[in-house]
Write a protein of this length. Structure first.
Lengths: 436, 436
């Protein structure tokens, strides 16, 4: 019996008769010969049809591009064919015909459709190799993230997304009707991952988070995948930053091994993760920005996107690093559970990691003493009652701990240098978009 | 410098001085000697303190059980100690003291607290080895699931949880205020995972699903983790069932290798996954149930929980299998996208997998021709417009495909034979419970 193979297995079956199944990606005729491209879930392959007769099954079914087909034939090397192989002496079959033209042309090397068209027709426009390679990178990023952390003794958790009170603040939270009660969609697994340090010391989670931010920017969407990490028995935020460095290096190593095809299709090279990622304290960053800009920097407690870009350029030029840490952000800009810098408590033991000049990761050391939480809630003007379960973790003994969160789509956006986060999200959600 | 080790690394450091850090799990005095149990994120170890003087750091800090401590000392084998090791010549330090008794005693071998108490105080009651072993099994189940599917060429996806319309039906869906629009929490990734077959052929997802079922049973909660799979180019539902068998076998093999400690703590053995899981068509199941019960079976289009238990017993007795498939459920009880049995269209190409007499997995072949969808929606009295994006996937060419979904907490519940799904869920959500 003829074996059924994947397009990516062609090299192992040269000179053999095989069967391939997939989508009719493209057709092209040249001097009486027709070249079809069959695309399956892994790659593409050229089918060379030497006579009109060979195309009859397609004609009879009225099968146009994106029809689901099968092809039996002889596999041989053909240096002029994309990928280096072709199927000849082909017998075609139509499994599921598409008899009207598809709404967007997806078989050019570069998709020329507008972003809105790409997103509106995602069930179709995610299919071509250059689009799906992006989501292959997403999948492999998650795999590299998990593998690195499992190797460091972390346990995976899944925490609830329906919560009784907002995590970080009362703003930007989606409200749910929960059997007649008010409930909310979790803005992050923050409270739960900290709680889980009391159980497993080291935990991670990969899951959706929900932010009801009404503004539309190319770097924000309202539902995204957060790669969350939390660990106990740290010295301070630098212990956490060292772990983040290992995680990033682990992801890159995983992509290096498993994502070669996607990287080639997208024509990108992976950034190197330096053994020591450069870091600047917030105060130093401001001095540096004043120098670079040749004038005083506004007295803001945060960095603007353009300042982040300047720091990204500086790290690349001075340290050859696509990554740079900014540490010590003013306490007033960080959430109430942030641990202050012990010797200068207006600053925090927190950090952001910029990747190519854009904020990619936020993290830091958290408070761990119950009395510090009581004080922090009081200072933030928050009542203790809604936080009772969270506080119980600290009242029952918690070590110094901290963690971080990486936005998956943001990471891939920066990796492939996409102009908009919506292009590295399978089915993005923003104020104007709830479908597909 | 004294190395800091995990409790589970003790065997590699016998005869050495080491430092351990963790929680003061228990204390016991016997003839002037005090035995402390230190619990870290991985296990426990006995600290043997031969004098009152050695306990002074605890006394001075007023440190009670669950205090975070460190201990330096000499590691040696001690067959009488739980785990077979003890730390002697101990110097104690208190990292974070707990100075009031914790609200629930968690240091007995069996927790005697009521279920409600366990759930109310989860940040504490998840800590003891017998509770956290359950969630170690959850983590390893996810890992085994992913590893098996990656080996079979599946790509991981993350699809949106905020959706514009209900997936399976209009009932049992949580409503969200989405910037003033009505939106819903996804009841399953069904539509998206089918759509993704058009992109990657084989996909899986691990993520939360939300069911607004108002009834409270020991086997239902309102948010759970679904292990979802979908694959293209199947023959029929039996292709999907064969893949499910591989996934179950892969999970068990992964647990066998990585979960020994958890399995020992919980005193459970893994069920064998037979090479061929027994299966019964729904019609056969009814005949069999009539025989077993010695009388006619009610003409219902579904099986009751007690009927499922009887079939589970039958599979164990007749086939030595903890698993049994029931196939061909009446079309009227399956969702509109279900593929009928070609030669007898009142039945469906669908299945349930029962594990120890409880439904664990639902799956089947889906429709793939657009005209079949148009007809199915019409028969179900549903308009096409809300399904426009979903239908686009089929209009743009889709192969025969199918898949399944495993409930993670349900799987672990049946594995450890817990009496209630809430005990195998970290922070369960039901009509009466939104915290912790």
């Amino acid at each position: 019996m003829t074996p059924t193979i994947r397009t990516t297995e062609a090299g192992e079956h040269l000179g053999e008769r095989v069967r391939l199944r997939g989508w009719l990606h493209a057709t092209r005729s040249l001097g009486g010969i027709t070249f079809l491209v069959l695309r399956d879930g892994w790659g593409t392959i050229q089918l060379t049809i030497e006579s009109e007769e060979g195309l009859r099954p397609l004609h009879e079914a009225g099968a146009m591009v994106e029809s689901v087909i099968e092809a039996e034939g002889l596999l041989r090397a053909e240096p002029r064919a994309p990928g280096g192989f072709e199927l000849v002496q082909v017998t075609l079959g139509v499994i599921s015909p598409v008899t009207s033209p598809v709404p967007v042309s997806i078989n050019k090397t570069r998709l020329t459709a507008q972003q809105a068209t790409l997103l509106n027709h995602a069930p179709l426009t995610l299919r071509p190799p250059a689009r799906r390679a992006i989501f292959k990178l997403s999948a492999l990023t998650m795999a590299g993230f998990r593998q690195t952390l499992q190797g460091e003794g972390f346990t995976e958790v899944q925490t609830p997304k329906i919560v009784a009170s907002a995590t970080e603040s009362g703003a930007n939270v989606f409200e749910i009707d929960y059997f007649g009660q008010r409930a909310f969609l979790a803005q992050s697994p923050q409270f739960y991952k900290q709680t889980m340090v009391g159980i497993f010391e080291r935990v991670f989670e990969v899951g959706p988070v929900f932010r009801a931010e009404p503004h539309a920017t190319p770097r924000h969407i309202n539902e995204y995948v957060s790669l969350d990490v939390e660990m106990g028995f740290i010295e301070n935020h630098f212990t956490v930053m060292a772990m983040l460095r290992e995680v990033l290096a682990g992801i890159m190593a995983h992509l290096e091994i498993h994502a070669q095809q996607a990287l080639e299709i997208l024509k990108i090279t992976l950034p190197e993760v330096p053994r020591q990622i450069p870091h600047l304290h917030f105060e130093q960053a401001r001095v540096l920005l004043a120098e670079i800009q040749g004038g005083p920097v506004l007295e803001e407690p945060d960095l603007s996107p353009s300042e982040e870009r300047l720091l990204g350029k500086w790290a690349q030029q001075e340290h050859g690093s696509a990554f740079v840490f900014v540490t010590g952000y003013p306490m007033c800009k960080r959430p109430f559970y942030t641990h202050p810098q012990p010797e200068a408590p207006q600053w925090s033991n927190s950090f952001d990691l910029l990747f190519r000049g854009t904020e990619l990761v936020t993290g830091g050391q958290r408070l761990h003493r119950p009395e510090d939480y009581h004080q922090a809630l009081e200072q933030a003007g928050l009542p203790r009652t809604p936080f009772a379960s969270y506080l119980e973790a600290f009242e029952c003994g918690m070590p110094p701990h901290g963690g971080f969160a990486i936005g998956l789509e943001r990471f891939v956006m920066q990796l492939v240098q996409a102009p908009n986060l919506r292009l590295t999200t399978l089915f993005p959600r923003d104020k104007a978009r709830l479908t597909p």
